[in-house]
Design a protein around this ligand. Structure first.
Ligand SMILES: Cc1cc2nc3c(=O)[nH]c(=O)nc-3n(C[C@H](O)[C@H](O)[C@H](O)COP(=O)(O)OP(=O)(O)OC[C@H]3O[C@@H](n4cnc5c(N)ncnc54)[C@H](O)[C@@H]3O)c2cc1C
Ligand SMILES: *[C@@H]1O[C@H](CO)[C@@H](O)[C@H](O)[C@H]1NC(C)=O
Ligand SMILES: *[C@@H]1O[C@H](CO)[C@@H](O)[C@H](O)[C@H]1NC(C)=O
Ligand SMILES: *[C@@H]1O[C@H](CO)[C@@H](O)[C@H](O)[C@H]1NC(C)=O
Ligand SMILES: *[C@@H]1O[C@H](CO)[C@@H](O)[C@H](O)[C@H]1NC(C)=O
Ligand SMILES: *[C@@H]1O[C@H](CO)[C@@H](O)[C@H](O)[C@H]1NC(C)=O
Ligand SMILES: *[C@@H]1O[C@H](CO)[C@@H](O)[C@H](O)[C@H]1NC(C)=O
Length: 638
């Protein structure tokens, strides 16, 4: 440059306002200079994306092209020693003779793993363990049978315990240059095993922690409250900020779920979805490492297409987010009230008849639109007391409304209670006290923060499904069929992140069906694939159970034409995944994917562009069976 003194004077302010970084860990970056002497970590060129390899598949440790131990050691040294080679958590449950060497079996440690297994915190804090063990091929579950087999299965080979942006950049570059599969693990909550992959290098973002509140965060089109969040930050890490700064922040219900990983990138519903929209609708700015290894900003002024795609396109698709800035809101009180009724006898009263039970459910559904119009959330469950049985059904719902007092919520719900009484339900209604809490996330977080029900499907029921008596009765019939004949449990979340909420920006990649939805409905198997005692359910049976659930969800699809499914709580194995997760946004997303990841570096099941690749040789068998990750990722031959 010709005017060095001017540049010198101007640059610092320029950096402050335009590319201000959120955290110190983002200032530590990989430089071009460093890569000159180390070709294995050189950056990629999005404009000239030469394939790293002509091979159709990513390399595996059995391949000649897999880096040698010396290369891995050198890589580890360059990384400053953060490379891990973790074995599965349940290793101490297995006899050393079945796991290929090393002293492993330890009854005490095995017991500890077994008793902690149902708690997500155990998996969230481990470099490779995840909620959806089926996706590993159930390759190493905690067992009482030490002589059964434990293998690495769908777990990664190496993990980078990332604590700086530089670590993430080096991982992406090394993997791209060496043709190694990359996966990203944050909290490990994903229901579809998108956080693991055999023969891969995993980027573990869990330790990229940070959460800072700004009362006056300013961008070119926003000035106000915001939360700056690091990639590894979990919901519970943020709870205290809400109280300290008297602010409302949209968070996942599960205490250990990550805030800016799959949750915010896939949509992210909270207690405030009907009032403030989805979390993705309130993302102001994103910092991420893209497939070329570059560290980028995506916001309304920079990389607009990437900014659009990151908000709804889903985790593990477009790059590795290191932090986000998310709009926060004035402290928004919620008051809630719960209702419950059952076909089981209660408090000396006989249980309801099954027909009356479902009439009650339909009566609740008839308040769906009203709850959403009040900016509220209805959080309901229909659970079986025994498997595949229509006699032991219990309905519970907690309805929370913003800016209302406890007595106002009671008043709002009085007509519902009256109607329930009219059809004979009030007798067995458990009408719990209405209480005012600043936010009911904390109470919701008690639900499901364990390893359960990973066979799941979801559908966004539309306003039209709730609009008339006949559509309500059709809706009730579809849910009843699923619950009774299918034998599944049901979880309805009545909320509507419409275009009219107070969200920052709804022009993003989430399924347009969210905007006109009244309920995000989930169905799941009561038991998960491994019950802690018995040997794992054989893959053929898992596949058959999966197909069965798909056939039952078909009924929901039929009454919701053009609608979709919430990718974070849906079935990534569904055959119509493009439509289901993105609808008309898919094509544009695919364009962004081609531009920012021409190599197909970031691959997840049911992700954007995922049909270009397949996992070969997995124990699950892929599309024809179950999509487990214990195989080799290969390009689909056209
Ligand atoms: C108990 C429980 C409660 C839940 N509650 C809610 C809720 O209230 N609202 C809601 O909307 N959803 C909820 N979910 C669903 C949740 O949003 C998804 O499970 C989500 O994928 C979790 O994201 P994660 O980053 O924490 O987990 P992970 O499983 O580690 O990651 C999920 C996906 O995102 C990718 N990813 C993670 N971090 C990054 C990153 N930094 N950059 C790029 N890609 C990344 C991963 O590769 C993977 O594909 C809940 C799930 C559970 C199990
Ligand atoms: C990487 O280096 C660190 C520090 O020397 C060491 O503790 C760690 O075991 C190494 N990782 C691997 C996979 O060898
Ligand atoms: C492990 O295997 C060896 C050899 O088969 C056997 O002698 C030993 O009892 C086994 N240990 C356990 C804990 O089952
Ligand atoms: C088993 O693990 C426990 C807990 O880590 C440890 O105290 C004990 O020494 C181990 N036992 C053996 C035989 O290695
Ligand atoms: C990962 O890094 C963090 C931060 O340096 C450290 O506290 C933690 O022990 C590391 N985890 C593992 C499994 O090495
Ligand atoms: C918290 O914020 C709310 C909403 O802005 C306000 O009404 C209330 O007075 C605040 N409380 C405190 C203690 O500042
Ligand atoms: C359901 O449970 C009841 C009571 O336990 C039992 O009598 C009935 O046979 C069960 N029905 C089915 C289909 O399992």
């Amino acid at each position: 440059m010709f005017l060095p003194s001017l540049t010198f004077l101007v640059l610092p302010t320029f950096l402050q306002t335009i590319t201000a970084l959120n955290f110190a860990f983002e200032e530590i970056q990989l430089t071009e200079a460093e890569t000159l002497s180390n070709p294995s970590i050189r950056f990629g060129d999005l404009n000239n994306p030469a394939p790293p390899s002509a091979e159709p598949c990513k390399v595996t440790p059995q391949d000649q092209d897999w880096p040698t131990d010396t290369e891995w050691a050198d890589f580890n040294a360059t990384l400053g020693g953060v490379l891990l080679k973790p074995r599965p958590l349940a290793l101490p449950c297995y006899n050393e003779t079945t796991v290929g060497g090393g002293s492993t079996y330890n009854a005490t440690r095995c017991e500890a793993v077994k008793s902690g297994w149902g708690n997500m915190a155990l998996h969230a804090n481990d470099p490779i363990s995840v909620r959806s063990q089926w996706a590993t091929g159930d390759s190493c579950v905690p067992t009482g049978q030490p002589n059964s087999k434990c293998s690495q299965g769908g777990y990664p080979v190496y993990v980078i315990n990332a604590t700086t942006v530089r670590h993430v950049q080096m991982a992406v570059n090394f993997a791209r240059n060496k043709n190694i599969r990359v996966v990203v693990k944050n909290s490990g909550h994903d229901f579809n095993g998108k956080n693991i992959g055999a023969h891969s290098l995993s980027i573990w973002v869990h330790n990229l922690k940070g959460a800072e509140y700004h009362a006056d965060y300013t961008t070119s089109n926003y000035a106000g409250r915001a939360l700056v969040v690091g990639a590894g930050t979990q919901a519970s890490d943020v709870y205290s900020i809400r109280t300290t700064y008297n602010t409302t922040i949209q968070l996942p219900g599960g205490a250990t779920v990550g805030v800016v990983g799959g949750y915010a990138q896939g949509g992210g519903h909270s207690s405030y979805s009907s009032l403030y929209g989805l979390t993705a609708d309130n993302v102001l700015r994103i910092h991420a490492v893209t497939a070329d290894g570059k560290f980028v900003t995506a916001d309304p002024d920079t990389n607009q297409d990437l900014y659009w795609a990151f908000r709804g396109g889903g985790g593990g698709n477009f790059g590795i987010v290191t932090s986000m800035v998310i709009a926060a809101f004035p402290q928004t009180p919620l008051a809630s009230s719960s209702i419950s009724f059952s076909t089981l006898p209660r408090a000396g009263q006989p249980g309801l008849s099954v027909d009356t039970f479902w009439q009650g459910v339909e009566t609740y559904f008839s308040y769906g639109i009203a709850i959403c119009e009040e900016g509220g959330l209805g959080y309901d469950f229909i659970r079986h007391s025994t498997s595949g049985n229509s006699t032991g059904l219990t309905f519970t719902v907690s309805i929370s409304l913003p800016f209302k007092t406890a007595s106002e919520v009671r008043e709002f719900l009085q007509p519902l209670r009256d109607q329930l009484r009219e059809i004979g339900i009030m007798r067995s209604v458990q009408d719990e006290s209405t209480n005012t809490t600043p936010d009911n996330d904390a109470s919701i977080s008690a639900i499901g923060d364990t390893v359960h029900h990973t066979l799941i499907a979801s559908r966004l029921f539309q306003r039209s499904n709730f609009a008339t008596p006949s559509s309500l009765s059709e809706l009730r019939a579809a849910v009843r069929y699923f619950v009774e004949e299918g034998g599944y449990d049901f979880h309805g979340q009545t909320y509507n992140p419409s275009l009219e909420t107070d969200a920052y920006d709804t022009d993003n990649a989430v399924h347009p069906g969210f905007r006109t939805a009244i309920m995000h409905a989930q169905g799941y198997e009561r038991t998960h694939h491994w019950d802690g005692v018995e040997p794992v359910v054989p893959v053929a049976e898992q596949a058959q159970r999966h197909d069965r659930m798909q056939s039952y969800i078909q009924r929901w699809k039929e009454i919701t034409p053009g609608s979709g499914s919430y990718m974070n709580e849906g079935d990534a194995q569904t055959k119509d995944w493009k439509d289901a997760f993105w609808g008309e946004n898919y094509e544009r997303l695919e364009g962004v994917k081609r531009k920012f990841d021409p190599w197909g570096m970031f691959w997840v099941l049911g992700g954007v562009g995922s049909d270009a690749w397949e996992v070969r040789g997995s124990s699950g068998g892929g599309r024809e069976g179950l999509f487990t990750q214990d195989g080799t990722l290969c390009k689909v031959e056209i």
